[in-house]
Design a protein around this ligand. Structure first.
Ligand SMILES: [Cu+2]
Length: 149
């Protein structure tokens, strides 16, 4: 079994794109970005990439957030991911090496219920809006298509 390790980088400028697959393929590997804006959400919510591509999460919010993936829905690898995105600039990068679906959430602002559905934190941890709702679960999904060869 191939074990995948997350690549943790302190600064966006340090990503060694050329070094990762130098000589392995002519097609450049894309880096796609998911941003946490000044809200408890991942933008964009859904993203489609190709095997071999990287996804970089950048937290521009003033609060800490997390990128968490449980085994239940994740078929694109990186099961058991649990990484903190520190406030105001935290960065986390994963490379997806095979096709599948990567459903993830922030464990500070969402969790999976007994049926593995993402749910908002509720009264204990959520911020109540004017309608009395406690927000939407902070989650996202990445669809990984087969690579280009
Ligand atoms: Cu969060």
């Amino acid at each position: 079994m191939r074990k995948l390790f997350p690549v943790v980088l302190l600064a966006v400028g340090l990503i060694p794109i050329g070094a990762v697959h130098a000589g392995a393929s002519r097609s450049p590997r894309a880096i796609r970005q998911v941003t946490v804006p000044e809200a408890d959400q991942f933008t964009p919510f859904a993203m489609t990439i190709h095997a071999g591509d990287f996804v970089r999460w950048v937290n521009t919010d003033g609060d800490d957030h997390t990128v968490v993936a449980d085994n239940a829905y994740t078929t694109a690898g990186h099961q058991g991911t649990d990484h903190v995105l520190p406030a105001s600039g935290g960065v986390f990068v994963l490379r997806f090496s095979h096709a599948g679906t990567f459903l993830y959430y922030c464990r500070f602002h969402a969790h999976l219920d007994a049926n593995n559905q993402p749910v908002a934190p509720g009264p204990d941890g959520g911020i109540q809006d004017a309608n009395g709702n406690f927000g939407t679960p902070m989650s996202g999904v990445i669809t990984v298509l087969p690579g280009n060869g």
